[in-house]
Write a protein that binds this ligand. Sequence first.
Ligand code: NAD
Length: 472
Amino acid sequence: MTYDLISPVDGSVTGTMTEAGAAEVDAAVGNARAALAGPWGQLSAPARADALRAVADGIRARFDEFVEAEMLDTGQPRHVMEKAFVPRGAANFEFFADLTKNVPTESFETVGPHGERALNYAVRRPKGVIGVICPWNAPFLLMTWKVAPALACGNAVVVKPSEQTPRTATLLVEVIDKAFADIGVPGGVYNVVHGFGPGSAGEALTTHPDVDAITFTGETVTGTAIMKAAAEGVRDVSFELGGKNAAVVFADADLDDAVDGVFRSGFLNTGQVCLGTERVFVERPVFEEFRDRLVARCEAVRYGRPTDPETTYGPLISHEHRDKVLGYYRAAVEAGATVVTGGGVPDLPIELAGGAWVEPTIWTDAPDDASILHEEIFGPCVHLTPFDDEAAVIDAVNATPYGLATSVWTTDLSTAHRVAGAIDVGIAWINSWFLRDLRTPFGGAGQSGIGREGGVHGLEFYTETKNVCVQL
Ligand code: NAD
């Protein structure tokens, strides 16, 4: 079956994809299994690292094609792709190439109860065939963030990109197959299947008995379905899920930095960032100034095509997602929130009118039980709440089943550490946001995820550690 790809920018059809069914997924998993038994399975860690570095070079050699593909799929401005999302894709391969080459393993000299002496040592082995299920919001960055460590550890992968953003995953097949062919490794290490989730390629992949482990980034409700599928055969999962992240701005914060950081965290990628902020708590003495300055930033965005260098703000990913976001915009008003700016669909020229556009939106005064304060919207919108008391604001921030990220804005060192320490999240930024070091653990607490990827932390998921005990 085929399906159309729709431009988020203007609603036009930009391409057609063929959906994989159970048979195609089975073939892809079979290819991956065969690759593990072939030359790929024989490569040493340093040789795999060289191969991954060649992939990074291959991405850079075709940089513009990746940028164009990602712009076409997501509608986001060129500068975001050029400065962040595509370079990070290449960097992911380089980073994990270096990392896995240099990971030490543990060993112990043992003396048994009867004086026997033994040497215990641990070795890491690839887990096997990894199913990689990806979202649409930063497709290339998030996909390579999983594929690179999986391959660096010696696994083979079957990737299912989001049905809405299939292009960069497809382009990567050419890059990887070429880089690997150059060292005598045939295709099949990196496989891509296209299609939807339930009843389609996603479900076929996660229920396939020959997939050894599943790494997934997406909504918490999807993660629940995938975890049920992975329970059959007791397969391991690594989940990066949704969030309802908060920023806390203290009155002593550098307001230029705080406004800039919260603006980026709320509105970069049109708010479609898992680490993004949808709840902002501002200490009362600076509340009005902060609100007004954030509003000014929102009202200065420049709508436009991703290819236009003047564009600073793109559309949502799809009309379906826009319906969801606009549902929350209506719910906010019905709940009695004040719309400080935005709240609807912008008035755009006719050539963009068919796109999935919404205005950047700021609310205040929503009642505590309003859905916009509790549910992940994944759109360009934040709610601002004034606060007076540190303990109360920590309780308010933690009043969510999610626990992905937070940012704390203050010039007081003790406050910064105390508050960051008390917020229940996987990632806490102080006076910054989205500043990432690939060596650090990445993942969410609570319903925001299972496990940590990044640096050596991902190795626990992408490898099996085997202990060997040798009596001496
Ligand atoms: P989604 O869960 O709807 O879809 C993600 C992927 O899962 C898609 O490829 C989809 O086809 C597939 N899928 C859906 N149902 C499936 C099923 N039953 N079985 C197998 N596969 C299935 O998520 P989305 O809308 O693409 O992405 C947005 C979500 O991703 C947000 O909730 C966001 O917070 C989250 N996200 C989290 C992180 C993180 O690092 N924590 C990063 C980016 C996005």
